[in-house]
Write a protein that binds this ligand. Structure first.
Ligand SMILES: *[C@@H]1O[C@H](CO)[C@@H](O)[C@H](O)[C@H]1NC(C)=O
Ligand SMILES: *[C@@H]1O[C@H](CO)[C@@H](O)[C@H](O)[C@H]1NC(C)=O
Ligand SMILES: *[C@@H]1O[C@H](CO)[C@@H](O)[C@H](O)[C@H]1NC(C)=O
Ligand SMILES: *[C@@H]1O[C@H](CO)[C@@H](O)[C@H](O)[C@H]1NC(C)=O
Length: 422
């Protein structure tokens, strides 16, 4: 096998030359401050980041997980809504899950932060990204549900209440899948690996989210440009490229690159974490803490970067019961101890959480949003390489509130398999 590093540099060179030379030297040279210096609030005070990171690590401790993706904001806000219908230790365990390590601005309530972030993201739909999302609390043969709870969860957290039909578990699963497909704007989600058996009184929390970011500036996508992605398997994939000014940081000690790319209109951005060299994400995942992430994000600086990314979709269908239990949510699942008296005053001894299901899909494509042609030409000098031909972690965060809409890992890209030839 050839040594990898030299190959990587050789492959990347032509891209750089082509892209850098397209800059028009006659235009006035725009210096770095083309983007406002203001930064979104740090993740340390945000409930979606705290839950997101814990849940991510719980999911990834299972070594079979490949291409994990979920929406911390949707899970956190739906758990927040459920907290509104619970009491006692059921409620305190829910609250612990969405607790932040440092207090937020002026004592803002966690529920308010999540509700605000949902509104902020929804408002950017169509400009910075295309978003389909749906959240529901399904109930199986439940006592009458409180209208106050239904109204509140819908207004603040976009969580709708839906009864599950009278059929067996197969019929329930069919109903849930149909709901998810509609929530994903018609996209067929991956099948659910876990088995769902809803007893009478079961509440099933379900989230569905499909996301396609629109870059501030378009990437180029050569149709003949097939490269190798060195993931779980080596595959031939389509890559997209762009050289430009981006927030970038290199943590030399930990050998990790951090890149933040704005989406159109600046309402949201995509953050990527990638090891310097080809390796699985296990080492990087062990390093991840909120403190380190905050530090990395603060250290990113506008830099000339030549980016290459695979054109692909990350899709995931998850059952989060095991992970949420491991994170301390234990009482909610147990009919005898769960207290969802705010969901129904006749719920004691009956209502319990029967499942937390999650469908998510993220499309990585070359397109920019409207208006990128009017943007000033960038002055690219000696760009750093961000050549994503191996696994990376991806985040989508809201600019205004700082909330985390998506978190995921790309370990594998579909494509023709390549064999390690000697
Ligand atoms: C985003 O906009 C699209 C197209 O207008 C629409 O179909 C979709 O429902 C919107 N998503 C949300 C979450 O409002
Ligand atoms: C992004 O957030 C910062 C800080 O909250 C704000 O000053 C800036 O105007 C925001 N940008 C956009 C495009 O909303
Ligand atoms: C960002 O870059 C500028 C100039 O390129 C430099 O002066 C500044 O110290 C850098 N900031 C950080 C946090 O590295
Ligand atoms: C990703 O999914 C979208 C639709 O869901 C599809 O149009 C697109 O071709 C897919 N991209 C790749 C690289 O498979």
């Amino acid at each position: 096998m050839l040594p990898r590093l030299p190959v990587h540099i050789l492959i990347s060179w032509p891209v750089l030359l082509v892209q850098v030379s397209t800059a028009d030297p006659s235009k006035k040279s725009p210096a770095a401050p083309t983007r406002p210096p203001s930064r979104p609030p740090p993740p340390l005070a945000d409930p979606s980041w705290a839950l997101g990171l814990h849940l991510y690590q719980a999911l990834r401790s299972d070594s079979i997980s490949v291409n994990t993706l979920f929406s911390p904001l949707l899970v956190a806000s739906s758990l927040g809504a459920l907290d509104g219908g619970s009491a006692g230790t059921t409620s305190s365990q829910l609250q612990d899950l969405i607790k932040t390590p440092s207090p937020s601005k002026a004592g803002a309530h966690t529920g308010d932060l999540l509700s605000e972030a949902l509104k902020s993201f929804t408002a950017a739909n169509g400009t910075s990204f295309h978003l389909h999302t749906s959240s529901a609390l399904f109930s199986k043969q439940a006592p009458p549900v409180s209208q106050a709870f239904v109204k509140e969860s819908q207004a603040r957290f976009r969580l709708l209440h839906q009864p599950l039909g009278k059929g067996d578990s197969k019929a329930d699963l069919k109903q849930l899948h149909g709901w998810a497909k509609a929530g994903l704007g018609g996209l067929e989600g991956a099948p659910l690996a876990a088995y769902i058996q809803a007893k009478a009184g079961a509440l099933i929390l379900a989230n569905a989210l499909r996301f396609k970011g629109l870059w501030e500036r378009e990437f180029s996508e050569g149709s003949t440009d097939h490269r190798t992605f060195l993931g779980k398997e080596y595959t031939k994939v389509m890559m997209m490229h762009r050289a430009g000014l981006y927030r970038h940081h290199e943590d030399i000690e930990n050998m990790v690159q951090v890149l933040e790319a704005p989406l159109c209109g600046g309402k949201a951005s995509v953050v990527l974490l990638m090891p310097f060299h080809v390796e699985s994400l296990a080492r990087l995942e062990k390093l991840l803490t909120l403190e380190l992430l905050s530090k990395w994000l603060e250290k990113t600086n506008i830099t000339s970067v030549s980016i290459s990314l695979p054109v692909t979709n990350i899709t995931s269908t998850l059952s989060l019961q095991k992970q949420l239990s491991a994170l301390g949510l234990t009482d909610a699942w147990d009919q005898k101890v769960a207290d969802f008296s705010g969901v129904s005053d006749k719920g004691k001894g009956k209502l319990h959480l029967g499942g937390v299901l999650h469908w998510a899909s993220l499309e990585l494509a070359a397109q920019a949003g409207k208006g990128d042609a009017d943007l000033e030409e960038e002055n690219i000098e000696k760009p750093k390489l961000f050549y994503a031909d191996h696994p990376f972690i991806i985040f989508v965060r809201d600019n205004t509130t700082g909330a985390l809409l998506l978190m995921g890992a790309l370990d594998h890209v579909e494509g023709e398999a390549l064999h390690d030839e000697l």
